[in-house]
Design a protein around this ligand. Structure first.
Ligand SMILES: Cc1ncc(COP(=O)(O)O)c(C=O)c1O
Length: 481
């Protein structure tokens, strides 16, 4: 690089780098299906390939991009691959990818109104759209874009605690189900809750939180002089897609004056479809909802969101008052009054203009196209269930719901322990095979296979081929005895 202003590229250098990088991304979008869905290499190999000393001297950036293309991007799980059926897949869209480029290229500080007023307006607009979709009241609702579901869940509990109890209280009790995502336990610990302040409520045979067990736990806690203040419901558990009884839970929380938080990190977005809306009836009666656009709204990482029924509850939880307020931020609030300062609505002060990518893609494609994309996920999971049933060799442990189906090999001559061993071996063989990524989860302490085919780029023949291979592997392992 030449002398001059440090860290700058010439016009031509910027164009050349931009073209090289963009070509790489376009190639990824165009050839993803043909590439391996999951590659993990050992630490010894990555050390050898990628460990370098502190770079005192410059290296041509084109060489570095080549290293990324050759050694880094291929050696990963491709959560946007059409045959990535594990975890919660993260299919993206090219418009939002360009949105990410615009976000970092302009590097707007989206922490307060003075710094990025029009960007703030876009964030407010995006939050309003999401509030409308989940059924929160038009004017009062608010929210904040965050890094993902873990941060949204943590922020929700901080908000609930402030709203219902006015701050930390060692008698405070939170209720979750045995299917609640582990990010909730992590968030509670970070917020200073001890393990005994979290109640894990049993679920019914559909893995939905049991209202009766919850009522009994609340009554017992009140009788013991404790302070129940928040119930966490699931709108699509990660394990099975189960949705807790949201309407009855809203009734119970209203009766008991408890905050209802709905973790819809991956499932809540399905409310834009007819099937999702029906399944999620009652969600709009919650006090707060986690909805991650980087899951079922097709956005690149990191884009999570916490929505709240009453926007003022966020400021109550996160605004640092008077004497603790940062002196160097005083002008910001003196010059611009009564507009939204996002740093007062969440954990971060410095935050990027995350709303841009969701805004850009929602406006570019329109909601109908997102609806179509989510509907394909529902269809593919239904198709997987039908294919499994038709094969006659599978036990459906949970039917297709919210784009998830779970199952295990069926063979009356085998014990439960043998079937469990077949399940584990089948996952291993499928991973070695490499056609698709399918993984297991555990239900009632037993492993099951799990398919989450929510990438709108997948198709029924890929689902059928995946199930055929799973069947071959399970039969092979079973035959070995
Ligand atoms: C239901 C649910 N909640 C929370 C999370 C955590 O979200 P994140 O990984 O974005 O932090 C996940 C992740 O899959 C999830 O499925």
């Amino acid at each position: 690089m030449t002398q001059g202003i440090p860290l700058q590229l010439s016009h031509d250098q910027m164009k050349a780098l931009g073209t090289q990088a963009l070509d790489l991304v376009i190639e990824h979008f165009e050839t993803n299906r043909e590439n391996p869905v999951a590659v993990t290499i050992p630490r010894a190999q990555t050390e050898q390939m990628l460990r370098t000393p502190l770079p005192e001297q410059a290296t041509p950036v084109s060489e570095l991009v080549e290293i990324l293309a050759r050694d880094v991007f291929p050696n990963a799980l491709k959560s946007d691959h059409p045959r990535f059926y594990a975890f919660v897949p993260s299919p993206t869209n090219f418009v939002s990818v360009i949105g990410d480029l615009l976000i970092s290229g302009h590097n707007l500080f989206a922490g307060h109104w003075m710094a990025a007023s029009a960007a703030g307006q876009i964030e407010i607009n995006v939050i309003d759209w999401l509030n409308q979709l989940v059924g929160f009241p038009a004017k009062e609702g608010g929210g904040i874009l965050v890094s993902g579901g873990s941060m949204a869940n943590l922020s929700a509990i901080a908000t609930a605690r402030e709203a219902r109890l006015g701050g930390p209280n060692e008698k405070a009790i939170v209720y979750c189900s045995d299917q609640t995502h582990s990010s909730m336990a992590k968030g509670l610990r970070i917020l200073g809750f001890r393990p005994e302040q979290k109640r894990t409520i049993a679920t019914d045979d559909g893995f939905r939180l049991s209202i009766r067990a919850l009522e009994a736990a609340i009554a017992a806690d009140r009788a013991a002089g404790l302070l129940p203040f928040c119930v966490v419901a699931n709108a699509g558990t990660t394990n099975t897609g189960a949705i807790d009884p949201l309407g009855p839970l809203a009734d119970l929380c209203a009766r008991e004056r408890l905050w209802l938080h709905v973790d819809g990190a991956y499932g809540a977005a399905a409310v834009i479809t007819d099937r999702g809306k029906k399944a999620l009836t009652g969600m709009g009666r919650a006090d707060s909802i986690t909805l991650d656009p980087h899951k079922w709204l097709f956005q690149p990482y990191e884009l999570g969101c916490l929505l709240v029924r009453e926007s003022t509850t966020l400021q109550k939880a996160f605004r640092v008052e008077d004497e603790d307020h940062a002196d160097y931020l005083e002008d910001v609030t003196r010059w611009v009054k009564n507009d939204v300062n996002f740093y007062e609505c969440g954990v971060q002060l410095t935050r990027s203009f995350k709303a841009l990518k969701l805004w850009l893609s929602m406006r570019t494609f329109g909601l109908a196209e997102f609806r179509r994309a989510i509907d394909i996920g529902f269809d593919m999971a239904d198709h997987a269930e039908r294919t499994l049933r038709a094969a006659g060799t599978w036990e459906i442990t949970t039917p297709s719901q919210m784009g998830v189906v779970t199952f295990r090999w069926k063979d009356g001559s085998k014990s439960a322990a043998q079937i469990d061993a077949i399940t584990r071996a089948t996952v291993d063989l499928m991973r070695e095979d490499g056609y698709a990524l399918v993984m297991s989860t555990a239900l009632e302490h037993r492993p099951v296979l799990r398919l989450c085919p929510i990438n709108p780029g997948t198709n029924s023949s890929e689902i059928e081929e995946t199930i055929a291979r799973l069947g071959r592997f399970s039969a092979e392992v079973g035959a070995r005895g």
